[in-house]
Design a protein around this ligand. Structure first.
Ligand SMILES: [Mg+2]
Length: 397
């Protein structure tokens, strides 16, 4: 079998989103989504949705698309689509942008799964788990501290068994205005953690992720000590991730597990270095930072050191990697981002199925279909095609 073509369809779709700069819901927001397809001479195909922004709900921008259609396609046409490892290595050596390389790798996994008639996680080797615990992951800036407490309790009552706070950043909860110069609001963040813990009770699993906005070790330690008192489960990405030594010291200083790096460049390679440095207690990766191949490799590296590797973000690909990884290594699925008034569970019009509805016990189930598990509404996509350079509002930083 040989790769014969790579195509990308760009189309408009709609979903509820949250305006993180103004703390307002954005109901039924128009977004740009893409589906990349790898074609073969035997008629087998592989698809991947997403590649831009958070999760897999938003598509590749025009520059990313040009990289694929004008550079990568020429090199891949004629290659065996089952040579994922060769293609993955070539894209790293060639310094292909991470999200772009990931979309190719993810589509090749979908293709292989369709060819074998197996879900990707079974093709990789299932870890004997058909479901995963989900946590409700908030948007940042959902409101003043009491709003988080009310939202956490609502999520708990809805059946979520854990809740992760993205607190206030690049936004001042007192004034309700964006604050680009001084990103963090530590006083409000600490108050939020206390009110949320009070609302959900002492045993509920809580995580905290200020997304790298604490500028000094002292700030990171100050909040970390509060999280320890409040029995939080992990402390994610507290400082900018290009200061590795700060993370080495923070991990020594605090007893709460530090979960990082999550957004640093370099995929499995930078995560391996972090582990050797002792720069975090748990690792983190997702399928747009080196594809399913890179995410699975990262989980294996972490496992070899007895560390957890928690998958970053929601979506079909991340869920497949979890299905191939033991619960000891990847315990939770990040469901979201969620905010009051945002109907996250509304189905996407371009798919017949949804990826991550929780069951009555708070679990998300592995997709059962071949490949990634998508059941695609091609009619919707073809009726809503737009130009790749059409501008739509980016709904997350
Ligand atoms: Mg995070």
């Amino acid at each position: 079998m040989k790769i014969s073509d790579i195509t990308i369809k760009t189309f408009r779709t709609y979903a509820d989103r949250w305006d993180v700069g103004h703390a307002l819901p954005l109901p039924n927001t128009q977004m740009m989504q893409t589906v990349l397809t790898i074609h073969t001479d035997e008629g087998v195909v592989g698809h991947y949705f997403g590649g831009g922004s958070h999760g897999d709900n938003e598509g590749l921008n025009v520059v990313d698309q040009q990289q694929i259609l004008w550079r990568i396609k020429d090199l891949l046409v004629g290659q065996d689509p089952m040579d994922r490892e060769m293609i993955w290595k070539w894209m790293w050596v060639a310094n292909v942008q991470e999200n772009v390389a990931s979309v190719i790798d993810n589509a090749l996994w979908d293709l292989a799964g369709r060819y074998a008639n197996l879900p990707v996680y079974k093709l990789m080797g299932g870890a004997g788990r058909e479901k995963v615990k989900a946590y409700a992951s908030t948007y940042p800036n959902i409101g003043k501290p009491h709003v988080y407490a009310e939202h956490a309790l609502a999520c708990k009552n809805e059946g979520y068994i854990a809740y992760k706070i993205h607190p206030h950043y690049f936004w001042n909860p007192e004034t309700g205005q964006p604050t680009p110069g001084r990103p963090s609001n530590i006083k409000a963040d600490i108050e939020t953690c206390h009110l949320v813990r009070e609302a959900v009770g002492p045993d509920y699993v809580l995580m905290f992720d200020p997304w790298g906005t604490y500028m000094t070790m002292e700030e990171a330690i100050q909040v970390g000590r509060e999280l320890e008192k409040l029995n939080f489960y992990w402390y994610e990405h507290p400082m900018p991730e290009y200061r590795t030594e700060s993370y080495v010291r923070l991990s020594r200083e605090l007893s709460i597990p530090i979960l990082s790096p999550e957004i640093i460049a370099g995929g499995v390679f930078s995560r391996a270095e972090w582990i050797l440095r002792g720069a975090g207690d748990m690792s983190r990766i997702d399928v747009v930072r080196g594809g399913i191949t890179g995410a699975r490799k990262t989980a294996i590296v972490a496992e070899a050191y007895g560390l957890r590797c928690e998958m970053h973000m929601a979506g079909w690909g991340n869920l497949q990697v979890i299905g191939a990884t033991s619960e000891d290594t990847s315990e939770y699925y990040e469901k979201g981002l969620l905010a009051p008034g945002v109907d996250y569970d509304a189905p996407h019009p371009y798919l017949k199925n949804t990826v991550d509805k929780i069951d009555s016990e708070g679990f998300v189930h592995m997709p059962k279909g071949p490949g990634m598990g998508y059941e695609i509404e091609w009619d919707y996509i073809d009726d809503n095609l737009i130009e790749p350079n059409a501008t739509t509002k980016k709904t997350h930083w």
